[in-house]
Design a protein around this ligand. Structure first.
Ligand SMILES: Cc1cc2nc3c(=O)[nH]c(=O)nc-3n(C[C@H](O)[C@H](O)[C@H](O)COP(=O)(O)OP(=O)(O)OC[C@H]3O[C@@H](n4cnc5c(N)ncnc54)[C@H](O)[C@@H]3O)c2cc1C
Length: 407
């Protein structure tokens, strides 16, 4: 291959580029990213960057310019507009870029909240620029409303509370984090907000934002009004696939790849939040929104491009993620599609527990709050060849500490 192009400028793209070089690819390598910054870490954006514990600059993964040292052509501020698979060309704003091998890692962006107009002071959070804007607003001591109690929303609420601000967290579902950890455990984790002084409003969505130019409040679907000077909306993401629409590739909950992350003709592969693929560990087709999955996929896609999809094998993942809120560490891996959840250690009321998700009696997922050591042990088992059985063996030695809850 004379030219390999990686489209995307975050963790999946960086891992792809670094793996290509590490595994011996020494011809032309181009990284195309819409962002103006070299690849940087997103998890701190909702945490230490908002609290002010880290500087308001992009937390770069590598020292500035080091990709150039690895002979990578870095094209920042360049948005891929279209893909021509027959001619092996990517359309960029300044012309076409030919490739012999391509890795697509264009990730995802925040889902907008309906189609209603947003006054000033209503933000979403995905990039360092978003984080810096929100941080400046937080410094002015606003009344904060966070819409959506998923992980990003929960972390924004936590960071705003760390600054001592008045925070209301609005969630349309019956409890926070339902999509990420299921209803029962979402409710247990949601208590973290309440004990830390956040007003948690579950079961009502946003009717509309109030304020002509600047936001002054949020009217909920139950008719109540919450005053607000700053609103952060975190209601999920949509994969960045628009530039692929005319390519003929399958777009279905992201860009569809085969189980080895292969997309087309032995030359095109995909990685990160943009890709949906059959994950043998969960036995279904999924799309990840976790840092670790994106990073590992970047490496896998690079190896699959160099050696071929068959030699690289299937990409399996326990979809591990973590979240830091109010000084507590939440970790999850595996599957939330379960019949029951057993708290096998600790107590949710004490904000320290380990819970196991079971389907047909087998352990399929693990959730930990402030239990990093035991969690790591179980995660290693999940990541081992036959992950779910490995976990179940480990779990058999412990009797449930509390009764089973419906998942
Ligand atoms: C605030 C925040 C906090 C997070 N915290 C955690 C956490 O604590 N734990 C955890 O597990 N996960 C966390 N995540 C999720 C994790 O960061 C993502 O899963 C990860 O960033 C996905 O990486 P990616 O490379 O697939 O895509 P992204 O990070 O979405 O990056 C995609 C890149 O592609 C570029 N791009 C998009 N379209 C084009 C185009 N057409 N042409 C060129 N370039 C394009 C974008 O500009 C961007 O640089 C967090 C995410 C955010 C936003």
């Amino acid at each position: 291959m004379k030219t390999v192009v990686v489209v995307g400028g975050s963790v999946a793209a960086l891992r792809a580029v670094e793996t290509l070089r590490r595994d011996g690819y020494d011809d032309r390598l181009v990284l195309v990213s819409e962002e103006a910054h070299e690849p940087y870490d997103r998890p701190p954006l909702s945490k230490h960057i908002l609290t002010g514990e880290l500087p308001a600059t992009a937390p770069l993964y590598r020292p500035a310019g080091s990709l150039l040292d690895a002979q990578v052509e870095v094209r920042l501020g360049a948005r891929a507009l279209a893909l021509d698979l027959q001619r092996r060309r990517i359309l960029l704003p300044d012309g076409e870029l030919a490739y012999d091998g391509l890795i697509i890692a264009t990730g995802a962006r925040p889902r907008p909240l309906g189609t209603q107009p947003c006054p000033e002071g209503v933000h979403t959070l995905r990039t360092i620029d978003d984080a810096v804007t929100i941080r400046r607003s937080l410094e002015a001591g606003p009344k904060v409303v966070v819409v959506g109690a998923g992980f990003i929303g929960a972390e924004v609420a936590s960071s705003a509370r760390a600054r001592g601000l008045d925070v209301t967290l609005v969630e349309a579902a019956v409890s926070p984090l339902v999509r990420a950890v299921g209803g029962a455990m979402g409710e247990a984790l949601g208590r973290l907000h309440i004990v830390n002084g956040v007003k948690l409003r579950c079961g009502s969505g946003v009717d509309r934002f109030l304020g002509a130019r600047r936001v002054e409040g949020v009217r909920l679907t139950d008719g109540s009004v919450i005053p607000a000077d700053l609103v952060v909306v975190g209601v999920g993401v949509v994969p960045n696939t628009e530039w692929l629409l005319s390519s003929g590739l399958t777009i279905e909950n992201g860009l569809r790849a085969d189980p080895s992350l292969h997309v087309h003709g032995g030359t095109v592969f995909a990685a990160g939040d943009v890709v949906s693929w059959y994950n043998g560990s969960l036995a279904r087709t999924v799309r990840g929104e976790q840092w670790t999955t994106a990073a590992e996929q970047g490496s896998h896609a690079a190896r699959a491009l160099l050696r071929g999809p068959q030699a690289a094998g299937h990409f399996r993942s326990s979809m591990y993620f973590w979240s830091d809120q109010y000084g507590a560490k939440i970790q999850f891996a595996g599957d939330t599609v379960a019949d029951t959840v057993d708290v096998i250690d600790g107590d949710p009321a004490e904000h320290r527990f380990l819970a196991v998700y079971r389907r047909s009696g087998r352990g399929v997922g693990v959730l930990a709050l402030n239990q990093p050591k035991t969690f790591s042990r179980l995660l290693r088992a999940l990541d081992a060849g036959t992950p779910m059985e490995g976990v179940d063996d480990l779990l058999q030695v412990r009797a449930p500490a509390a009764g089973s809850l419906p998942a």
